[in-house]
Design a protein around this ligand. Structure first.
Ligand code: ADP
Length: 602
């Protein structure tokens, strides 16, 4: 304030700077009023009288660089003696006006809508962008009444009440906060709003709101968020699908795997890993060759073929070993399928492996049982025809001798002794056959009983030999006696049956004659009896079956050698029941030696 104005205002208290305007300009109320008006942004001229002098004043608002009003400037002059303002002052004013217009232009050209409101809720400034954004015409803002402008703008927003309340709250002088928020409009636009106090020095004199239309960004953000959410949900669905797939994959009772182009396991289930004797995690990413070395040379070419041709290989029967069970042949039913992308490109091979080892074993077992059943039927049929033949053989001579005897009696002659003897021999032969059959069925039923007593083998063999008569002049019999009695606990009758059977066989299967050697000896704690002949011998592969029921070696046809194939079966059972062993040594066409051993009685 210059001294002229201070004088005109009647201020005498020194420099007026720092004093309230009301105090300094108390003497010039018309000027104070004009200044108040200018403080609200309106420039003006005013006049008044002071000490008989007509005074006029030009009052203009002063704006800062950022467009906010800093204050007002007033210039006082007398009207009676009009004087041109000094050149410097004019220049300053022009400069100020220039600055103001620049600021105004800048203010109107910025992209944000800005409004400035003072503490008395008067709009002190706004720009064109603000009007456009809120659809507020010049007329609506003419009165500079912030509340009215707010009332016009509020219906545009989605939540008018909140909007109005928020603005009014910020208009309080105490509201120092700088804040920013988002205003959503009914027409879909979205404004980002910033609000901060307007200060003059340290004093808050109003508030500035700026609005930026962020609709496009917001929509872009929303779209991005939507895409993200869609992607997330797609990923979740995918994970879900994988989880479901994994569950099926892992709990499937068959081996399932996905092998990549480089023949590595990319996925596989526990069943397939278990086939290899490993855990699933150990196999993922590993080469087929490393994981299944035993079958890789078979399966790798097949997998390559599927990838090259794009055609599946279904239901292949494979046999091989896996590391889990080395040395064990396993069987699988294997299929390979090409795995394709949606575009048709081949990603790898899907393998489906069904373990059929148990089924194969069961099938083999069934086949074996079937074979055995067929064999049993064959044996039964053979037996029936052999038994019929064997039983019939003695009957023919028996009948013949009986007829001769009848004829002799009919003719009043004496019955010839040899007919009686021959008939009795045939009866004995029949009895032996029938007894063998009975014994075999007793053995089968576990009912063959022994009546054991201490027996000197030396004496016992002598007795048996004295009853034994070779029917052929081609044969001779030698007994190599032991130097000691060789006492065993045995059933006399049954042991005689064994020895007789072995001797009879030795003669029977030596059709061209020869010597039969009989030997009894001590071997360790056992007594051993051996019957050696020089007959047809027994093929090596048949020797293991000799002691089976109804077994007859293939070099002893029924036409040449009679017999039911029961004798050795019965001998075997009798000897075993005595706690002994029976076995054979033989070479085809070089004779046979049958041995049995019994524990010596202590
Ligand atoms: P079989 O009544 O048929 O002789 P066995 O049980 O006594 O019945 O003998 C079984 C089979 O063993 C005979 O059919 C024969 O093939 C063979 N075998 C038994 N003893 C001899 C032997 N000493 N020499 C050669 N083969 C023999």
């Amino acid at each position: 304030m210059d001294p002229v104005l201070a004088g005109a205002a009647g201020w005498r208290d020194g420099a007026p700077a720092g004093h309230p305007m009301e105090e300094v300009l108390g003497g010039l109320p018309w000027l104070k009023h004009a200044l108040d008006t200018a403080l609200e942004g309106t420039e003006g001229l005013c006049e008044g009288h002071e000490h008989g002098q007509r005074l006029s004043a030009v009052v203009v608002p002063v704006f800062g660089e950022d467009g906010t009003q800093l204050g007002v400037c007033a210039r006082l002059r007398t009207l009676d003696t009009p004087k041109q303002p000094p050149a410097g002052e004019r220049q300053a004013r022009e400069h100020l006006e220039h600055q103001t217009s620049v600021l105004r232009a800048t203010f109107d050209s910025i992209a944000d809508g800005v409004i400035v409101v003072d503490l008395s809720r008067r709009i002190t400034a706004f720009n064109k962008r603000f009007q456009e954004m809120w659809g507020l015409t010049d007329e609506m803002l003419e009165e500079r009444d912030a509340e009215k402008a707010l009332a016009s703008a509020a219906p545009l927003v989605k939540d008018p009440e909140r909007f109005v309340a928020g603005i009014l709250r910020r208009m309080l002088p105490s509201s120092e906060a700088e804040n920013s928020d988002i205003v959503e409009l009914r027409d879909g636009r979205v404004f980002e709003r910033k609000s901060l106090p307007q200060r003059l020095g340290d004093t808050i004199i109003g508030r500035v709101w700026s609005y930026r239309d962020v609709t496009v960004e917001r929509h872009a953000q929303a779209e991005q968020a939507r895409l993200l959410a869609a992607e997330q949900s797609a990923r979740e669905r995918l994970e879900e699908s994988f989880a479901v797939l994994d569950t099926f994959l892992n709990h499937a009772p068959i081996g399932l795997g996905f092998i990549g182009k480089d023949l590595r396991f990319l996925r596989l289930n526990d069943a397939l890993a278990a086939l290899h004797g490993r855990r699933r995690e150990e196999e993922i990413g590993r080469l087929v060759r490393e994981m299944t070395p035993h079958v890789a040379s078979t399966v790798e070419p097949l997998m390559r073929q599927v990838m090259e041709t794009g055609r599946p290989i279904i239901g292949l029967d494979m046999t091989g070993e896996v590391p889990a069970t080395p040395g064990q042949q396993r069987h699988w039913h294997v299929s390979y399928y090409p795995v394709r992308t949606a575009g048709g490109g081949i990603l790898g091979v899907g393998a489906v492996v069904v373990e059929v080892t148990a089924e194969r074993h069961a099938q083999a077992e069934r086949e074996r049982l079937l074979r055995e059943a067929r064999e049993a039927v064959r044996i039964r049929d053979d037996f029936l025809s052999i038994a019929a033949h064997e039983l019939k053989t003695p009957l023919t001579p028996l009948k013949l001798h009986l007829q001769m005897m009848k004829a002799q009696v009919g003719a009043g002659r004496l019955v010839a002794q040899h007919h009686v003897d021959k008939a009795l021999t045939q009866v004995s032969r029949l009895a032996v056959l029938v007894n063998d059959l009975l014994d075999a069925s007793r053995i089968q039923a576990g009912r063959l009983e022994l009546c054991r007593e201490p027996l000197s083998l030396r004496e016992f063999v002598r007795e048996v030999l004295s009853d034994f008569r070779s029917t052929s002049p081609l044969h001779s019999l030698e007994f190599e006696e032991p130097g000691e009695p060789l006492v065993v606990m045995a059933d006399r009758g049954r042991l005689a049956q064994v020895l007789t059977n072995l001797l009879e066989n030795a003669f029977k299967y030596s059709p061209t004659g020869g010597t039969v050697h009989l030997r009894a000896e001590r071997v360790g704690g056992e007594a051993r009896v051996s019957v050696r002949d020089e007959g047809i011998g027994i093929p090596e592969d048949q020797q293991a079956h000799l002691f089976e029921r109804f077994f007859r070696a293939r070099n002893a046809p029924i036409s040449g050698f009679g017999g039911l194939g029961l004798g050795l079966y019965i001998c075997h059972d009798i000897i075993e029941r005595h706690g002994g062993r029976i076995w054979v040594e033989s070479r085809l066409e070089h004779g046979s030696t049958f041995h049995f051993s019994l524990p010596l009685a202590s």
